[in-house]
Design a protein around this ligand. Structure first.
Ligand code: DX5
Ligand code: ZN
Length: 227
């Protein structure tokens, strides 16, 4: 079944606990950490993640768009995140970092910006619990989905099948009712949605709609047939 992770980047930052409650029934809450160096935007850090983890039962999916994740990522596990995504472009030692995240008890995930190919990382995939393919340039919510990323999603799903891995494939950026089916058909099974959820009148209903669209599209997809 498809997993939908609402991104609180599009929520009201002054009411984060209520905004988490508004998407009850979601699989994970996606938390975008930006440092104004790796991306040209600044959001939140460890103290906010700590408070949010205490304020909600929904597990936190922390997307670190920061320099030096090797230094900072373990502290986000300690802050209470259940899944940590670091960017491979920023990591000095991705294998060591993924192992450290797992050893501390969280799921380890690696993200690729639109210009970063998957092929050089084929051998690293067994070290990961999730791979994130960005479908916009990271930094801001509300951007248009990049269709040119669909072949990369497809190729990544092929690698997952080839190596018979239990690896979740997440997409983030511009995911909405208009684009989620394309992502699911191509091979994604975890979907981040910011503006499509928090811009809706009923965010929890928007999550259910997105999940239904993704489920339908993936049932018919080539990659789901063996599952
Ligand atoms: C962008 C962030 C996304 C963002 C997605 O850099 O990583 O998680 O919140 O927002 P939408 O769904 O509006 O594109
Ligand atoms: Zn994100």
């Amino acid at each position: 079944m498809a997993q939908i992770n609402p991104s609180i980047l599009s929520a009201d930052f002054a009411r984060l606990a209520d905004e988490a409650e508004a998407v009850r029934g979601s699989d994970w809450l996606h938390v975008d950490v930006m440092d104004n160096h790796f991306v040209p935007n600044l959001t939140l850090g460890i103290p906010v993640v700590e408070s949010l983890a205490r304020a909600t039962d929904i597990p936190l999916d922390c997307h670190l768009m920061i320099e030096d994740p090797d230094r900072w990522a373990p502290q986000y596990v300690e802050a209470g995140a259940g899944s940590i995504t670091f960017h491979v472009e920023a990591a000095a030692a991705p294998v060591r970092l993924a192992r450290e995240i797992r050893a501390k008890g969280a799921r380890a995930s690696m993200a690729l910006k639109p210009g970063t190919p998957i092929e050089p990382y084929e051998d690293l995939l067994p070290e990961l619990d999730m791979l994130l393919i960005m479908t916009v340039e990271p930094g801001f919510g509300g951007q248009a989905f990049l269709d040119i990323m669909l072949p990369k999603i497809r190729r990544t799903r092929e690698l997952i099948a080839k190596h018979d891995l239990e690896l979740w494939l997440q997409v983030d950026g511009g995911v909405s009712a208009a684009t989620i089916e394309r992502c699911a058909e191509a091979g994604a099974d975890v979907f981040v949605a910011g503006s499509a959820v928090y811009g809706a009148e009923d965010p929890a209903q928007a999550v259910r709609n997105l999940r239904e669209l993704a489920d339908k599209a993936s049932v018919e997809a080539w990659w789901a047939c063996e599952h």
